[in-house]
Design a binder for this molecule. Structure first.
Ligand code: IPM
Ligand code: MG
Length: 357
């Protein structure tokens, strides 16, 4: 019996709908396994701009820091497109990652047997299933480097700087090695070491660390080649570890291989067990409030929370099994619907999974 306090940042667009279903699933887990989950709902993103004039209010950060974990829906939407850069809803996400020191972002891409048809690649390329994990560095690199405007050779120019320290590289590689130990024991470090100094430092640190993990095979791949290999032969990968920017790009590519971005969860972790969990998809303003969004990514995100923050493996597995079961029964939200399957709304899908638990 455990007590867990969770900050739920619902955010914008479909965020509130999908997080609601994830909360309901957690309640079902609490009932079945005798845990007490309590929820607080701080604001961040566009809705916080509307309510308090800033995308990441101090109070929200305080609530998150005092919680055992954070669940986030999605932030942003066209309504806030003309807000000045420093206060865009996306800044709330970057601020949360930085302030909560969540430097390690785990983005799994897995193909469910029941949804093998949704994969846009030829069947033989993903035959036997696909299960890869992108470990993205989340609080460094070009996202957080020096930026600005200055006078250059052709007049005014803008710049964004990529910086990585050995400490930042070491801690993310350590994470990659450790998760690989629980999986197929292969780490591919994706970089651009033929051009970038930061990438060469990543390789130097990798070479120094690999002896501490003799069971893990460490390889390196240039990012352009990796983008191509993900489409040519994605099954060659187990864990891919990479910088903030490359990880952003490759994780969208990897998610599409599984057929729908509406299925993929993510975890953002720091040194301890505290984490922030969110679906990979965005706020999808075009379908917001219509009971059309797929809540599975949000629901699988709380499964990751149970596993990584609370070490509740059995409970996490119960969620994963429930998702698999309802997919096998042919239940589908519009994004994964095909002829002969059973079309459900966001709420009905959430309820089906919670009931299955
Ligand atoms: C993501 C998103 C964010 C990122 C945006 C919204 C700032 O694309 O989480 O992948 O680039 O990290
Ligand atoms: Mg992205």
């Amino acid at each position: 019996m455990g007590e867990y306090k969770i900050a739920v940042i619902q955010g914008d667009g479909i965020g509130p709908e999908v997080t609601q279903e994830a909360v309901n699933v957690l309640k079902a887990i609490g009932k079945k396994f005798q845990h007490n989950f309590t929820f607080e709902y701080p604001l961040a993103g566009g809705c916080a701009i509307d309510a308090c004039g800033e995308c990441l209010p101090k109070e929200t950060l305080e609530i998150c820091k005092q919680a055992d974990s954070v669940m986030l829906g999605a932030v942003g939407g066209p309504k806030w497109d003309n807000v000045p850069n420093a206060q865009r809803p996306e800044k709330a996400l970057l601020g949360l990652r930085a302030e909560l020191e969540l430097f390690s972002n785990l983005r799994p891409a897995k193909i469910y047997d029941a949804l093998a048809d949704a994969c846009p690649l030829k069947a033989e390329i993903v035959e036997g299933g696909l299960d890869l994990l992108i470990v993205r560095e989340l609080t460094g690199g070009i996202y957080f480097g020096e930026r600005g405007y200055r006078q250059g050779k052709y007049g005014e120019e803008a710049y964004d700087v990529e910086t990585y320290s050995e400490v930042e590289i070491k801690r993310i590689l350590k994470n990659a090695f450790e998760v690989a130990m629980q999986r197929d024991k292969k780490v591919c470090c994706v970089d651009k070491a033929n051009v970038l100094e930061t990438s060469r430092l990543w390789r130097k640190v990798g070479e120094e660390m690999k002896n501490d993990y003799p069971q893990v095979e460490l390889t390196y791949m240039y990012v352009d080649n990796a983008a191509m290999q993900l489409v040519r032969n994605p099954k060659q990968f187990d864990v891919m570890v990479t910088s903030n920017m490359f990880g952003d790009i490759l994780s969208d590519e990897a998610s599409m291989i599984t057929g729908s971005i509406g299925l993929l969860p993510s975890a953002s972790l720091g040194e301890g067990t505290f984490g922030m969990y969110e679906p990979i998809h965005g706020s999808a303003p075009d379908i917001a409030g219509q009971n059309k969004a797929n809540p599975i990514a949000a629901i699988l995100s709380v499964a990751m929370m149970l596993k990584y923050s609370f070490h509740l493996e059995k409970e996490a597995e119960a969620i994963e099994t429930a998702v698999k079961t309802i997919l096998e029964k042919g239940m589908r939200t519009p994004d994964i619907f095909s002829q002969g399957t059973n079309l459900l709304g966001t709420k009905e899908m959430g309820r089906a999974i919670a009931d299955c638990i």
